[in-house]
Design a protein around this ligand. Structure first.
Ligand SMILES: *Cc1c(COP(=O)(O)O)cnc(C)c1O
Length: 410
């Protein structure tokens, strides 16, 4: 168009917030044929049966075009809009498949790339249910899983065999927050024709452009930040052009799809993802820095702190930090840890994270490690920082330490 050469402001790629406002809002999904304009958000298209004009159209219908109504399981515009919005977050993504949960997305991705006899290299800090999937479902289907140290980097080459089909990353780990050297692992995998997959739920593509770093498949538990409001279960798998056909095909074979109401809610959540993530990330870092100075705290596990294993990789590859981190109390007294968490007034006690409300959870990674033991002393508390004022959250933590000290004296 008329944009001048070298006009910096106009040539710059659109920022995250801008792209999220635009994403997935095709006029054919928000308007009516023959009427210019339309509504802002794609509506909820509920569908199982799709009606055809006549038998000829029924017979001529094809599933080749992903954005043609065919049958409910193949989706409708609400889900297509969400999938397209997620694809648009990942510059290198060729497409995105939706699943009814993050775990279903992980299963869908792994079952698309693995076959009996294959070996899977799995990061030892992985989300617990993913480990259970490897040790149960995948083992039953003849896939062998080998767990590796999250800090292994290029040394992962030593674990690769002729049977190694895929390397699964999760960075940082969602309990212990080690940051992986994604480019080093990708380089090893690419040299050997091994597929790389990442659970990118913590960072989302906004903080870690995983496919841009050469990872083939990026998995999100949309349940967390994309939804952002703790009321939807959803997962997604985005893949580069080489892997996308296999992901989509296997997803269809497995009968995977998502409710349009849930897709609509996640799409609504995504509009504010950039501002939520920024606010929650900054608040979490403020809390982490405050906790680091506390005598009650043995260690803070937060990728943006230099003490975090893999911090240099975080500083190089990530454009920010999210709102989830953990810290170790300076005692192994489980009752005192419970007293601390119970005393928090502004933090809910519950699983999951990524919502607008703060949460605190006791976490115990020791039983979830096999590549190398988790030997840290001090019991961990994991914190999801929400949209509350950080000063209020800090005051709440401060009060809870009184209860922790009182419980230790008992
Ligand atoms: C929650 C979570 C998942 C699974 O998502 P669900 O929607 O709960 O199935 C996967 N990976 C990570 C890192 C998670 O925190």
């Amino acid at each position: 168009m008329s944009s001048k050469q070298g006009d910096g402001a106009r040539d710059k790629p659109l920022g995250d917030g801008t792209r999220l406002v635009q994403a997935g809002r095709r006029t054919e999904w928000t308007g009516m044929p023959g009427q210019p304009g339309g509504i802002v958000n794609p509506p909820v298209w509920r569908a199982s049966t799709i009606l055809y004009e006549d038998v000829a159209h029924l017979r001529g219908a094809t599933t080749a075009d992903p954005h043609r109504l065919y049958y409910g399981r193949r989706g409708a515009p609400t889900g297509w809009a969400l999938a397209e919005a997620i694809t648009q977050m990942e510059a290198e993504a060729a497409g995105t498949m939706l699943y009814p949960s993050g775990v279903a997305a992980i299963a869908g991705a792994l079952l698309a790339v693995l076959k009996p006899g294959d070996e899977l290299l799995m990061v030892d800090s992985v989300y617990g249910p993913t480990r259970a999937m490897c040790d149960g479902l995948l083992r039953d289907f003849g896939v062998r899983t080998i767990y590796y140290d999250p800090l292994i980097g290029a040394d992962i080459a030593a674990l690769c065999t002729d049977q190694t089909r895929a390397i699964f990353l999760e960075s940082p780990g969602s309990l212990t927050f080690e940051v992986q050297d994604v480019p080093a692992i990708v380089a090893v995998a690419k040299a050997r024709g091994i597929v790389t997959l990442i659970d990118n739920t913590w960072a989302t593509p906004l903080l870690l452009p995983a496919l841009g770093l050469g990872v083939d498949v990026s998995i999100l538990a949309c349940t967390k930040y994309l939804c952002g409001h703790s009321d939807v279960m959803m997962g997604s798998v985005s893949a580069n052009a080489a892997l996308w056909p296999a992901i989509q095909k296997r997803g269809h074979m497995l009968g995977q799809m998502s409710s349009p109401d849930d897709a609509w809610l996640v799409l609504r959540g995504m509009r504010t993802l950039a501002v939520r993530l920024k606010h929650q990330g900054e608040s979490a870092l403020a809390l982490a820095r405050w906790l680091e100075e506390r005598p009650e705290v043995a260690r803070v596990l937060h990728p943006a702190l230099p003490s975090c294993p893999g911090h240099a990789a975080w500083a190089r590859d990530f454009s920010g930090s999210a709102g989830l981190f953990a810290f170790a109390l300076g005692s192994t007294d489980d009752a005192a840890r419970a007293a601390f968490i119970d005393a928090l007034a502004l933090f809910g006690i519950g699983y999951s994270w990524g919502g607008f409300e703060s949460l605190a959870l006791p976490v115990d990674p020791a039983n979830l490690r096999t590549a190398q033991k988790w030997t840290d002393e001090g019991l961990l508390v994991r914190i999801n920082v929400g949209l509350e004022e950080p000063a209020d959250l800090i005051a709440d933590l401060d009060r809870a330490f009184d209860h922790w000290r009182a419980a230790l004296r008992k």
